[in-house]
Ligand binder design. Structure first.
Ligand SMILES: NC(=O)c1ccc[n+]([C@@H]2O[C@H](COP(=O)([O-])OP(=O)(O)OC[C@H]3O[C@@H](n4cnc5c(N)ncnc54)[C@H](OP(=O)(O)O)[C@@H]3O)[C@@H](O)[C@H]2O)c1
Length: 284
């Protein structure tokens, strides 16, 4: 079983590399797993010819695309770059996977929805993004579905876990601010599900291993929180005594509009453990 992981130096990418390299068996339950881990230096996914050549060369059975442009505010000014990495390039990978008969796993976000539904969004709800990042991720969803049938499109939310170089998850940022003695202001009126990349990687591997039907899935730690709730849980778990403030979203000047409810309903696969339990494990 040959597995190719793209965006392998990112938070989720590194987690997959560790998971599959630890001898955990192949995605389909066999014993021999051969992992190829590439990031931008090894394969820039925006180069169509390189993508098709390299995938044709190694002929993987499974490609897990963790490469992405995730700067939500910067995407408002760099729409073209975001659309290329999150959108058009997903089509390049999908075409190349289809040509060699590989299954493709790709990740998207709750930010493809408009965030007006407090009940959360099901897998087949109609995406209506409200910012450039969401539109670029929706383009990727469309490119994927147009270019390959054997795909798992996994939407997820508010990731944290293994740190990627030069980037900080919300959990790590809060810990850093608290350690510096900087006052934390946390937004209380936007909602999502903080999700541990390790849980997401395990759930993805289970989804593939169980040979679930191809299509769209929502994989998130269960439960809903605001960033204020998330901060409170971090402070409580770590026994941090300093004050932190509950603020509304307009406290911060942000270029991109955020959906109020980035809440994803997982109606098709086993429920993941609660976000508080997962966070406790990460912080321990
Ligand atoms: N992080 C979240 O809160 C969140 C929420 C919902 C969905 N998701 C989705 O979940 C997936 C994994 O996210 P993540 O947080 O693990 O991402 P990440 O840590 O930002 O990692 C993305 C990786 O992709 C690489 N990359 C960017 N452009 C590339 C290119 N042109 N060619 C090859 N590699 C490239 C990045 O390299 P550079 O660092 O050099 O750019 C980085 O190593 C993504 O699809 C993301 O959109 C994330």
């Amino acid at each position: 079983m040959k597995i190719l992981i793209l965006g392998a130096k990112g938070s989720l990418g590194q987690t997959f590399v560790d998971l599959y390299s630890a001898g955990g068996g192949s995605a389909f339950g066999g014993k021999d797993t051969n992992v190829t881990a590439w990031d931008r230096e090894e394969l820039d996914i925006t180069k169509e010819n390189l993508v098709s050549e390299q995938i044709e060369k190694i002929k993987p059975h499974l490609v897990i695309n963790c490469a992405a442009y995730n700067s939500v505010d910067k995407a408002e000014e760099e729409r073209g770059v975001a659309e290329m990495i999150n959108g058009t390039a997903v089509g390049f990978i999908a075409k190349a996977c289809d040509a060699v008969g590989a299954t493709m796993v790709h990740y998207s976000t709750g930010q493809v929805f408009d965030g007006t539904n407090s009940e959360g969004y099901n897998e087949d709800d109609k995406p209506i993004p409200v910012n450039a990042y969401g539109r670029s991720k929706l383009l990727g969803e469309m490119e994927l579905q147009e270019n390959i049938d054997n795909f798992y499109l996994i939407r997820t939310c508010w990731l944290y876990g293994k740190p990627a170089a030069g980037k900080k998850s919300f959990t790590d940022l809060i810990l850093e601010l608290a350690a510096q003695g900087t006052t934390v202001n946390a937004v209380n009126n936007e909602f999502g599900s903080p999700t541990y990349v390790l849980d997401l990687a395990h759930a993805t591997r289970a989804l593939i291993g169980q040979q679930k039907p191809f299509g769209i899935y929502h994989l998130i730690n269960s439960g809903v929180a605001s960033r204020y709730d998330w901060t409170k849980e971090i402070f409580m778990t770590k026994g941090i005594k300093s004050e932190f403030n509950s603020v509304a979203s307009n406290f911060f000047q942000r270029k991109a509009k955020r959906p109020k409810y980035e809440v994803l309903n997982n109606t098709k696969f086993i429920e993941l453990r609660s976000w508080t339990e997962a966070l406790k494990e990460y912080l321990s």
